[in-house]
Write a protein that binds this ligand. Structure first.
Ligand code: NAD
Ligand code: UDP
Length: 324
């Protein structure tokens, strides 16, 4: 049995990843400081014989003995990563150093949850892994973007200098059940607003684009990357079907049969204008591509939030803002 550490395991992606790892017969240690994650996301696993949870902040060193490390700990929603930007970059840089140090000490394979944000406001479209990006180093998104870029640098240097067995997943916008209702990202915002009969808050003119990946596809991509031997360069994991934010809003209204209005709000600074992954590498190296398209994924997400808002499922809420 393999012992797997998932940092950020009480969060949205981490909790789905842990479900799959346990189903696959692994022993899982979930490490989380509960900044944006929630016990609700992992409550169903508390009695599982092969699951344990450690409340810990990856900015501080920790000694654990594991075979594999998925490093997902980091707030991912702009609202939350900008709440305490110094803490966000510390999480990406000091947290990465601590996890790489652990990987080096116990000879564990380590996968970093990097992001499409390393491409910034991209001038190359769709984004390929060899594009170096167009990132503002001093803007309000920099704590996240530059933190994740520095984490990639650290990974590559630990690999070259110390022969650590590393993987880098560049994750594009992912959505699905267990996002916190107050997460602040666009899919959960729109779905919750539409279910509550409130106007959908579109930032800017809504012509900016994103490509949305359903969570089960994303988890499959992460696991395949971890299990691929001897591949250390970054791999884009995302769904290449691209939509404007207005198209997303209209799609959600249509699926709900809702007539709520669209309320335009100011565009946050440095908001990328377009984003779409080139997934040629993921197809070639991992034999992976997404299987769930937006309509189907939204139906599952809408059903989840509908149940959660009616109190039929315990709803994770982010505690962001209550801890540093
Ligand atoms: P999330 O906010 O739901 O989960 C992040 C988890 O990390 C939470 O449980 C939080 O409490 C924990 N955490 C934050 N800082 C920590 C710290 N210092 N020490 C320990 N735990 C800490 O976000 P998510 O969507 O599940 O994202 C998971 C990872 O994937 C993040 O690293 C994020 O940058 C990356 N990612 C996500 C997306 C996406 O669209 N969901 C896209 C690109 C990258
Ligand atoms: N967005 C929006 N309304 C919202 C939340 C987000 O129009 O209520 C926009 C946001 O400006 C961005 C896109 O949707 O252009 C995706 O935002 P999100 O925070 O989900 O992710 P990211 O910007 O990190 O890709």
């Amino acid at each position: 049995m393999r012992r797997v550490l998932v940092t950020g395991g009480a969060g949205f992606l981490g909790s789905h990843l842990i479900d799959r790892l346990l189903d696959n017969g692994n022993e899982v240690v979930c490490l989380d400081n509960f900044f944006t994650g929630s016990r609700e996301n992992i409550r169903h696993l508390m009695q599982h014989d092969h699951f344990e949870i450690v409340r810990h902040d990856i900015v501080e060193p920790i000694l654990l003995e594991v075979d594999y490390i998925y490093n997902l700990a980091c707030p991912a929603s702009p609202v939350h990563y900008q709440y305490n930007p110094v803490k966000t970059i510390k999480t990406s840089v000091m947290g990465m150093i601590n996890m790489l140090g652990m990987a080096k000490r116990v000879h564990a394979r380590i996968l970093q949850a990097s992001t499409s944000e390393v491409y910034g406001d991209p001038k190359v479209h769709p984004q390929t892994e060899d594009y170096w990006g167009h990132v503002n180093p001093i803007g309000v998104r920099s704590c996240y973007d530059e933190g994740k870029r520095a984490a990639e640098t650290l990974i590559m240097d630990y690999h070259r200098q110390n022969d650590v067995d590393t993987r880098i997943a560049r994750i594009f916008n992912t959505y699905g059940p267990r996002m916190a209702a107050n997460d602040g990202r666009v899919v959960s915002n729109f779905v919750v607003q539409a279910l509550q009969g409130k106007p959908l808050t579109v930032y800017g003119d809504g012509e900016q684009t994103r490509s949305f990946c359903y969570v089960s596809d994303l988890v499959e991509g992460l696991i395949r990357l971890m299990n691929t031997d001897d591949y250390h360069d970054p791999v884009n994991i995302g769904n290449p079907n691209e939509f404007t934010i207005l198209e997303l809003a209209e799609q959600i209204k249509e699926q709900l049969g809702s007539k709520v209005e669209i309320h335009k709000e100011p565009l946050p600074s440095d908001d990328p204008k377009q984003r779409k992954p080139d997934i040629t590498r993921a197809k070639e190296v991992l034999g992976w591509e997404p299987t769930i398209q937006l309509k189907e994924g939204l139906a599952k997400t809408i059903s989840y939030f509908d149940q959660a808002l009616k109190g039929k499922i315990a709803m994770p809420r982010s505690y962001a803002g209550k801890e540093d």
